[in-house]
Design a protein around this ligand. Structure first.
Ligand code: AAL
Length: 439
């Protein structure tokens, strides 16, 4: 049986640890030991184990924020040559059917920023460029039927004429809100990207787009020079100055909390102070206006956004980028996150089934499954991105207790494709340092 920590104890501990962090650091002796309040001299790691992690209760088998992830292929949405399906939304259940929305691209091989000069009206930079939002339904979450396009690209000259991608779905009071990333004009390395919204009375549409995007990048940087190089800015810019991505919503305290990922102008360049981090913008109505939290960015890590109501707060899965990557985090107030568990091989771009994300709950139950993606391989070309299912146990009720056992990755997890040593001295972007690998 899993021993679950009482939230209050845990939150108090987290607050206590934040306040005491400075004190503990100064109490450490020169060889790294710290004396705990009982007067016993302990190492810094032991002090952290007791005070931050909560001692034995933090062991994986007892930790409500720890899980492994197990993956399954989907029937009906198998990998398809020349077709990408990626960045699945939250999964919703309506009249006994699950619905998922995702980016779909089909066409020539994307050229990547290395060959940005080849991008055209028919040749994409990435496999989310020249794309649109499609949807599929399922009775059991394993076997899916693609239903068709939900939101197409806009006509030339409109805010989403280039691509419509990375959707999120919210259902509230019988209305359906489909948030999605959008971009216009020719896709460049310095592309700005926004979040837009389409609404409908049914999960099948028809979808009506709002007049303008509902969240835009701040654009508060100044590009250095006219060469199409995203790394060059004259001064540091906001973490979300170039792109706002990966909308993921929660209804909390009667308001609409739109969590998103930011990308700065100057990303990976000498003026980059943030890298990829998440922000939140809050509105009284699903359509906005969305007001950014003054605490943004509210994570220092993570890529595609995945948050869900948990107990009285908000839990997050931060995969991929940053010093706190591959962690489950928790914020009692939805804003101040701390690391609660480290995880192996987390899903990429997860869209969770989050049945209480939009119920304004004050006791979020947690999540146990969703869809995610296997990303397109550049080398060898041909197989594009596709969707798979993951299962986990991040639920108060410990629904999948076997997920607390240590992972046993199979051979494919170790011998991954994509070790592109042949390209080792070719940077993806002109001013990024080439990755020099030793032979
Ligand atoms: C994903 C997401 C967003 C980005 C691109 C497509 O992993 O972060 O959707 O724009 O990559």
């Amino acid at each position: 049986m899993n021993v679950r920590l009482k939230p209050t104890t845990q939150h108090h501990r987290a607050i206590f640890w934040s306040l005491c962090a400075v004190w503990l650091a100064s109490a450490a002796t020169s060889d790294g030991r710290a004396s705990d309040p009982a007067g016993e001299t302990v190492s810094a790691a032991t002090a952290r184990y007791r005070d931050y992690w909560g001692g034995a209760a933090s062991q994986d088998v007892h930790n409500e924020f720890y899980t492994t992830f197990k993956y399954s292929h989907l029937k009906g949405l198998e990998p398809e040559k020349g077709v990408s399906r990626r960045d699945p939304s939250t999964i919703i259940k309506v009249d006994g059917l699950y619905y998922v929305y995702y980016t779909k691209y089909s066409g020539p091989e994307p050229v990547t920023p290395k060959h940005a000069e080849l991008v055209s009206d028919t040749v994409p930079m990435w496999d989310w460029d020249l794309a649109s939002v499609w949807y599929a339904t399922s009775k059991d979450g394993f076997e899916w039927k693609e239903q068709g396009e939900a939101v197409p690209r806009g006509p030339k000259g409109t805010y989403d004429d280039r691509s419509v991608f990375t959707p999120e779905i919210m259902n509230v009071d019988g209305r359906y809100y489909l948030y999605y990333q959008c971009t216009s004009g020719k896709y460049t390395r310095r592309q700005f990207e926004s979040i837009a919204l389409a609404t409908a009375d049914s999960p099948k549409g028809p979808w009506k787009k709002s007049a303008r995007p509902i969240l835009e990048p701040t654009r508060d940087g100044e590009w250095d020079g006219t060469v199409d190089d995203r790394t060059k800015v004259k001064a540091p810019a906001s973490f979300d100055s170039k792109c706002v991505h990966d909308p993921c919503l929660i209804v909390r305290n009667g308001k609409y909390w739109l969590y998103y990922k930011g990308e700065p102008m100057g990303w990976h360049g000498p003026m980059d102070r943030t890298g990829v981090m998440w922000g939140v913008a809050i509105a009284d109505r699903p359509e906005g206006p969305y007001v950014r939290s003054p605490l943004n960015p509210i994570t220092n890590s993570g890529h595609e956004v995945a948050v869900w109501p948990y107990r009285g707060g908000v839990a997050a899965l931060c995969a991929w980028d940053g010093p706190e990557k591959n962690t489950i985090q928790f914020a009692p107030d939805g804003l101040n996150f701390s690391v609660k568990a480290q995880v192996d091989l987390p899903p990429i771009a997860p869209g969770f089934y989050r049945p209480d994300a939009y119920t304004n709950t004050t006791d979020g139950q947690g999540v146990t499954w969703g869809l995610c993606q296997v990303i397109r391989e550049v080398n060898p070309p041909g197989i594009y991105s596709y969707l798979i299912r993951f299962d986990c146990d991040l639920h108060q009720g410990a629904i999948n207790p076997e997920m607390k056992a240590r992972p046993h990755p199979d051979e494919g997890s170790y011998f991954q494709k994509g070790n592109r040593r042949a390209e080792k001295d070719t940077p993806l972007f002109p001013t990024e340092p080439a990755r020099k690998l030793k032979n």
